[in-house]
Design a protein around this ligand. Structure first.
Ligand code: SF4
Ligand code: SF4
Length: 241
């Protein structure tokens, strides 16, 4: 709606003198100032680490912070295993799905002679894992894509301020943080060592013969049992000797 300014506003003598209105405005400002300065603080539960004893409603960030919603995505972290190593197996899935292409990974391979038996059950590990937090659009796709629960955005932290761009490029020492995570399905929890289990790939081929699946033929005859021998079964092997 258009605003119509009148050239002859109706004002009384007090308004036309200006001084009383000026003093009235100053009184309102002073009242708010004194109330904020001396009265008890507004106990706003939506603000973390509320400090001070006045009613100023401005959040003094970063000392005070507003509460984030439960699904808030903060800075990335590489999730460590119980032994402190990253859970990451350098599969590149997060880097592949990242729409901002801000993840850079270089993979290393555990030696077959590695004395660390935990490492032997995993083929690869990241020698470099870098995220450019300035390019990140905080979409969370890397977290969803990771098959090892190795990258999370559960730190609840903003990217801290830096003086140059390189400060926003986080590498493994910066990213590897937070409590370790362990799952029963982790290969280093499933098997004690890297040596192939005695019946690797065998069960799928011999379960009928071992009676695990009592298969019956349509005619009612029980299926002929498969001979189980100690001979190696010609299947693809995914683990190294
Ligand atoms: S949150 Fe999205 S943009 Fe950021 S690193 Fe992950 S996939 Fe890339
Ligand atoms: S963080 Fe997850 S998705 Fe990314 S390379 Fe490591 S294991 Fe793969």
């Amino acid at each position: 709606m258009a605003y119509k300014a009148t050239k002859n506003p109706t004002t009384d003598l007090r308004e036309r003198l200006f001084i009383p209105e000026l003093l009235r405005g100053l009184a309102i400002t002073t009242r708010h100032f004194l109330r904020n300065l001396f009265n008890p603080r507004d106990t706003n539960t939506q603000v973390v680490d509320r400090k001070g004893a006045n009613l100023v409603s401005t959040v003094s960030y970063p000392e005070e912070k507003p509460l984030y919603p439960p699904g808030y995505r903060g800075l990335h972290r590489l999730v460590p295993r119980e032994d402190g190593k990253p859970r990451c197996v350098a599969c590149y899935m997060c880097a592949t799905i990242c729409p901002a292409q801000c993840i850079y990974i270089e993979a290393g391979e555990y030696e077959t002679t590695d004395a660390d038996s935990e490492s032997r059950v995993i083929e690869k590990f990241p020698t470099q894992f870098v995220i450019d937090e300035l390019r990140c659009i905080v979409c969370g796709l890397c977290v969803d894509a990771c098959p090892k629960d190795a990258i999370r955005m559960d730190t609840g932290l903003h990217t801290p301020s830096e003086y140059n761009r390189s400060g926003f490029v986080w590498d493994i020492p910066k990213l590897l943080q937070g409590p370790p995570v362990s799952h029963p399905s982790d290969p280093w929890n499933k098997r004690g060592s890297s040596s192939p289990p005695p019946h690797q790939h065998k069960e799928a081929h011999t379960r009928i013969g071992e009676g695990l699946v009592p298969l019956k033929l349509p005619g009612g005859e029980p299926h002929k049992r498969t001979e189980v021998t100690d001979q190696p079964i010609p299947v693809t092997r995914f683990l190294k000797d």
